[in-house]
Design a protein around this ligand. Structure first.
Ligand code: ZN
Length: 610
């Protein structure tokens, strides 16, 4: 993609208007502010700069241009974001002027899956599946409207219904295989010898199954979750899913996300259920902020996706052993991702679909009764062991500590330790020390695994000079005049050498008349540059003034900082020299000199160290 097209899109789209269609922006000084849509917060740290057409969040560190925003917000890849924004901006993309032939594999697969979905839908509504499948689904409490909305379908029994259909529509078997819809026959023949397969090396993956299409965030089918049909071969797995394909990744897919995302964002809460039919039942009951994982345990990637829409999850899992185990695992992962986690408990043995069928009102009531996960699992441990015996107490503490390890906020953790101590009638301090020991053990392990560079950086010498360097770099990114003036002011001395060591300095020198941000390719460096420049623009001195006044003020401050930095570097050199002299004096056992040098050392160290 040529830069010309992305630039044209950026020029035509107003970033404030565009981002403003997702979040409520308020003008604040040189830029616009909002509560960040990518992490939970109460005071806005998400900034949009109209002039630079960039955004940045001080809370989570994310930032970039309008493309980065829409990719993050809608979960799109760059090419998809490009298509969407080109549409919005009314810019035609050169690649897509060609015909079908030139379409990329992904587009072909999207088309193929759309056709397959229509095929399955047709089999259900009026095809061979109508009688037995529709009546089964309606019997499970799903309305005809929901069946249509979620585009449920039926894959008929047989080996090549879909294969023949799609080949007839001009798709190659290899493409259909890539989409995960057919299986290549192994050389030894099909494992199931009861069926004779025609002289083809492929056969349909989904046979005699109810098809639940899985949509991406834009509503395109990327795969299926397929349930064995009623009266079908029950010896087979109840559900099978599309395997990993270029479009379908089970660790990222969420059933119901497309239909639920609006409600998820509005509520800031996502209800996670176990099954596809549970999702549909919840939607029918008006609880649309519901998703299910399909064919996997809840993953980190899915949680990060959910987190875009709000910081709270409610787990609504079956009450049986497997369901509760999955709920606990999911709660741990969600706590670790710093989400607010609750559990919805149902009367034993009922899932959302069953309850919704009985009475949608009851389902709504049940969903409204959620308990914080940390309370829920404490009660579960208390019910499991005898909290009066010392053996029981130990088990409860151990089991609950395992969960507390995932809680990052120390205040929250302290609160639940208190609750635990109260419930098992033990001294809080004692319980606290048990939990602390476990946490420290874990942290020690984690620190051991951390990269060496981070450890070194945290205790590096000369924090103040580093801070000054950051501020100066930020100012040079924030204002062109400041950048040009400062770069001229820098003589060939230690200050210049020190500033040059900052990884972002290079682009400032290279920029000339251009905007230095546009020269940075590396997304991490770019985000760091954004952070520094936004931090400067946020200073009270630079808010609510004209651009000229701002430049003038900033120049004043920058010159002072440069002087400070000079002093700081000289001080540091003196200290290094003194340290050396001290070492020599000690070696020579010159007590008098040592004393004098130490005094000097202390004076310089204290000076300005505030
Ligand atoms: Zn943020």
């Amino acid at each position: 993609m040529s830069d010309g097209t992305t630039d044209e899109i950026k020029a035509r789209l107003n970033i404030v208007e565009f981002i403003g269609s997702y979040v409520r922006l308020e003008k604040s000084g040189a830029h616009y502010k909002a509560c960040c849509p990518f992490h939970q917060e109460r005071t806005p740290s998400f900034m949009v700069n109209e002039e630079k057409a960039m955004w940045h969040c001080f809370g989570c560190g994310k930032g970039g241009d309008v493309f980065a925003f829409v990719m993050e917000m809608e979960g799109l890849e760059f090419r998809e974001a490009l298509k969407m924004l080109a549409d919005r901006a009314g810019v035609e993309l050169p690649q897509y002027r060609g015909e079908e032939k030139n379409k990329e594999t992904k587009d072909r697969i999207f088309d193929l899956l759309e056709l397959a979905t229509k095929f399955y839908e047709k089999q259900l509504a009026g095809g061979v599946g109508e009688e037995k499948i529709v009546s089964y689904l309606v019997g499970r409490g799903l309305s005809l409207e929901s069946i249509q909305k979620f585009r449920l379908g039926y894959a008929p029994d047989g080996w090549r219904h879909l294969l023949d259909f799609l080949v007839g529509r001009g798709f190659k078997p290899e493409e259909i295989e890539t989409a995960g819809l057919i299986i290549r026959k192994s050389k030894e023949g099909d494992p199931d010898s009861r069926f004779k397969i025609q002289d083809s090396s492929f056969y349909d993956r989904f046979r005699d199954r109810i098809m639940f299409p899985i949509f991406d965030i834009l509503g395109r089918v990327i795969g299926y979750s397929a349930r064995v049909a009623p009266g079908g071969d029950e010896s087979q797995a109840k559900y099978i899913n599309t395997p990993e394909t270029p479009l379908y990744h089970k660790s990222r897919a969420l059933y119901g996300l497309f239909h639920g995302k609006q409600a998820m964002k509005q509520a800031g809460v996502t209800v996670i259920v176990e099954g596809n039919t549970d999702v549909i039942a919840m939607h029918q009951a008006g609880i649309e902020n519901t998703v299910a994982v399909s064919g996997t345990a809840l993953t980190e990637e899915q949680l990060m996706l959910i987190k875009r829409y709000g910081s709270e999850v409610r787990l609504f899992f079956d009450m049986d052993g497997a369901g509760q185990k999955a709920a606990r695992k999911s709660a741990e992962l969600a706590l670790e991702k710093e989400l607010l986690v609750s559990v919805i408990a149902l009367p034993f043995g009922k899932d959302a679909a069953e309850m919704g069928k009985e009475d949608p009102e009851k389902l709504r009531e049940a969903v409204a009764r959620f308990v914080p996960a940390l309370k829920y699992f404490l009660e579960a441990s208390l019910a499991k062991y005898d909290s009066r015996s010392s053996e029981g107490k130990r088990k409860i503490v151990d089991e609950y500590t395992e969960l507390l390890l995932f809680v990052k906020n120390p205040i929250e953790r302290a609160h639940w330790i208190k609750e635990l101590a109260r419930e098992i009638k033990m001294e809080e301090k004692l319980v606290m020390s048990v939990v602390q020991t476990a946490i420290q053990g874990r942290e020690r392990r984690e620190r051991y695994d951390a990269p060496a560079g981070e450890k070194a950086r945290s205790n590096s010498f000369g924090k103040r000079s580093e801070l000054l360097r950051e501020e100066l770099t930020g100012m040079m990114y924030a204002d062109r005049v400041v950048r040009e003036t400062l770069l001229k002011l820098l003589a060939d001395d230690d200050t210049k050498a020190f500033l040059e060591k900052h990884p972002l300095h290079f682009f400032l020198v290279q920029a000339g008349e251009r905007e230095p941000l546009t020269l940075i390719e590396d997304p991490l460096l770019k985000s760091e540059a954004m952070r520094l420049s936004f931090r400067i623009l946020e200073l009270p001195d630079f808010i609510g003034v004209t651009d000229e006044e701002r430049t003038g003020k900033m120049l004043e401050v920058a010159k002072k900082y440069l002087e400070d930095l000079k002093g700081e570097i000289m001080r540091r050199e003196k200290l290094i020299a003194l340290e050396q002299a001290l070492g020599e004096a000690r070696e020579k056992k010159d007590k008098e000199l040592e004393k004098k040098l130490l005094k000097e050392f202390a004076e310089i160290s204290l000076d300005k160290s505030q």
